[in-house]
Ligand binder design. Structure first.
Ligand code: ADE
Length: 278
């Protein structure tokens, strides 16, 4: 169809998790305030240019990390990105490992999600307009591939594919829960990627996550159970790797391209079930 032939000049959004609070090498930097019908995003958004590519950065928990995973206004964050014209979002998220081979310091380009959150509104739709988008593949495969290739080029320890279990938090898991999630085959555990990924899909924004492993959660008999201290220690040790990856990925994603082959930018085609008003 004609839509698939359209050219897109991408605007790259970065949602930084714990440990990532800006973008290295960004020119024309400006922190801008954006309001949305869903309220205020986590912070101002940092707009700028990297090698001629427009980008927008948002610290998920606010600069200073004052917003807990359950309190993040995911709707406003995604809506603010949409308002600034963002077409592609790279989410950087600290996670615990649920597999022996995913040691702290590993980057995982996740491709699946199990959503165990309970307190979050998960959709832009409802109250008069109902839509059911597909989340069969919750992450954009095109961006995921670019993340993986760039991480490899940088010599990072990176794994392609994995299931991200999203828990409510803010407490970490019990050992029984951690072992349950392992039995389900989940790879990593974190507190933020849902409903973020789902809302990006509803907003027809391509979205992928690179998860940075900071700890072995609490299941591993040879490692202490996860603590904030341990998470911050690994994050600090890996901060420069994460920053290098982000600064390399933005130019790689920034070329004018055809619309995403993965279909994220047409997620609402055939998704709306409410009858049109007569
Ligand atoms: N973020 C970093 N490590 C985590 C863990 N073990 N559980 C949940 N979220 C995390």
């Amino acid at each position: 169809n004609d839509a698939s032939l359209m050219s897109v000049k991408p605007v790259i959004g970065i949602i930084g998790g714990s440990g990532l609070y800006d973008i290295s090498g960004l020119t024309d930097q400006q922190w801008v305030t954006v309001e949305t019908p869903w309220g205020s995003p986590s912070d101002q958004l940092l707009t700028g240019n990297l090698n001629g590519v427009s980008c927008v950065f948002l610290p998920r928990h606010g600069r200073g990390h004052g917003i807990s995973p359950s309190e993040v206004n995911y709707h406003a964050n995604i809506a603010a990105m949409k308002k600034l014209g963002v077409t592609d979002i790279v989410s950087v998220s600290a996670v615990g490992s649920l597999k022996e081979e995913l040691a702290p310091g590993t980057f995982v380009v996740v491709d699946q999600v199990i959503d165990r959150t309970r307190l979050r509104n998960k959709s832009f739709f409802g109250t008069g307009l109902v839509a059911h988008v597909s989340l069969a593949d919750p992450f954009c495969q095109r961006i995921g591939q670019v993340l993986f290739e760039n991480a490899k080029t940088l010599g990072l320890s990176v794994v392609q594919g994995g299931t991200y279990l999203v828990m409510e938090g803010p407490q970490f898991s019990t050992r029984a829960e951690s072992n349950l999630y392992r039995s389900w085959g989940a790879s990593v555990i974190g507190m933020t990627n849902m409903p973020e990924a789902a809302l990006a899909r509803e907003a027809e924004i391509c979205y992928a996550t690179v998860a940075m492993v900071t700890d072995y959660d609490c299941w591993h008999e040879d490692h202490d159970a996860v603590s904030v201290e341990a998470v911050i220690k690994t994050l600090t040790a890996n901060a420069s790797n994460a920053r290098s990856l982000v600064s390399k990925v933005i130019p790689s994603l920034g070329h004018t391209r055809k619309e995403c082959y993965a279909g994220c930018c047409h997620a609402l085609n055939h998704a709306i079930i409410t009858a049109p008003h007569k």
